[in-house]
Ligand binder design. Structure first.
Ligand code: UDP
Length: 311
């Protein structure tokens, strides 16, 4: 097949490109390189089945090639990055998503949306099931992303209802692994780089807030399984149900790196969700998918990656 991946030079996108190339597909990677990077796809550029096009989905995109599947991953995903230009983040999820949906419609392509656990906001229900409508502050600093991703889901389902487009919506929970960007302010990348440098580990709030971390290879497998599934629009939660407090993840990273770093406590960002854990019953039953990589192994791989790029 010929597969278009928007945001293909990003963290998850570049792993997805690599996996789909390995499976024998032709991959066209579209990225505006705002948070994605050429380094992430450097090794793929030599592959004759891989093509990179620098492009922002806020502008329409055309190709004469027949595209079979589209994965829409284009959007800055870390709070630091999506808040840098909040209006652009909204544009990516509205104008950009309409462009990508229109593209898929024209090609008769199946299209998968990388949605997010952020659609649940600061969840009042725990763990989060796909039928929970969420608790999002529509005017807060996270709203450009949270509400953006919510309206992107709305657009997907409107194209499905109106044009019978073959849509797939994945709700991606926190994901980590090699190729996470150094400066995106994410908890795993921050804590590992701080621990490796012997700097203080910055815990926001008291560290009792929770997250559930999925290794990137598991996430990519889940996305492909969802894309390939028949008669399933989603939304489907993809993530690791193992829930940890932020303090626990800090302690785990200190112990795996053998670091002497100390924990320091800073103020909690506004609207920071207090807890997050996916209910993955649907993914298990309909996709036969669940995470395989345990946290310790995944963190070790990620630590090795950061050691290489820092030094
Ligand atoms: N966090 C932290 N220290 C950091 C970076 C993040 O304590 O240096 C916390 C953050 O406040 C949040 C959690 O870690 O509660 C996960 O943050 P991240 O930005 O990785 O992703 P989120 O799930 O909030 O989108």
């Amino acid at each position: 097949m010929t597969i278009l991946i928007t945001g293909g030079a990003g963290f998850i996108g570049s792993h997805l490109c690599e996996k789909l190339l390995k499976e024998g597909h032709k991959v066209i990677c579209l990225d505006n390189l705002f948070t994605g990077s050429r380094e992430n796809i450097a090794l793929l550029l030599a592959d004759k089945n891989f093509q990179f096009i620098e492009h922002d989905i806020i502008e329409p995109f055309f190709t004469s090639e027949k595209i079979d599947q589209v994965y829409n991953l284009a959007c800055p995903a870390s709070p630091v990055h999506y808040q840098l230009n909040a209006i652009r983040t909204v544009k990516a999820n509205t104008i950009g998503v309409i462009n990508v949906l229109g593209f898929a419609k024209k090609h008769g392509a199946r299209i998968l949306q990388a949605s997010t656990s952020e659609v649940y906001g600061d969840p009042a229900e725990h763990p989060q099931k796909e039928n929970y409508f969420g608790n999002v502050n529509p005017i807060g600093p996270r709203a450009c992303y949270d509400e953006g991703k919510r309206v992107a889901e709305t657009l997907f389902f409107d194209y499905y209802r109106k044009y019978n487009l073959e849509i797939r919506v994945a709700r991606i929970f926190n994901t980590y692994g090699p190729k996470m960007s150094l400066n995106d302010g994410r908890v795993v990348s921050n804590f590992i780089t701080q621990a490796l440098a012997g700097k203080d580990i910055t815990i926001y709030g008291d560290g009792s807030q929770t997250r559930s971390f999925c290794y990137v290879s598991d996430m990519v497998d889940g996305l492909i399984k969802l894309m390939e599934a028949e008669n399933l629009t989603g939304p489907v939660n993809l993530g690791n149900p193992l829930e940890l407090t932020i303090k626990e993840i800090a302690e785990k990273i200190i112990s795996l790196t053998g670091s002497k770093s100390k924990l320091v406590y800073q103020s909690l960002p506004q609207d920071d969700p207090t807890r997050r854990r996916p209910d993955i019953t649907i993914a298990k039953e309909k996709l036969n998918w669940q995470p395989e990589v345990n946290l310790e192994d995944g963190l070790k791989q990620t630590i090795e990656y950061f050691k290489k790029i820092i030094i």
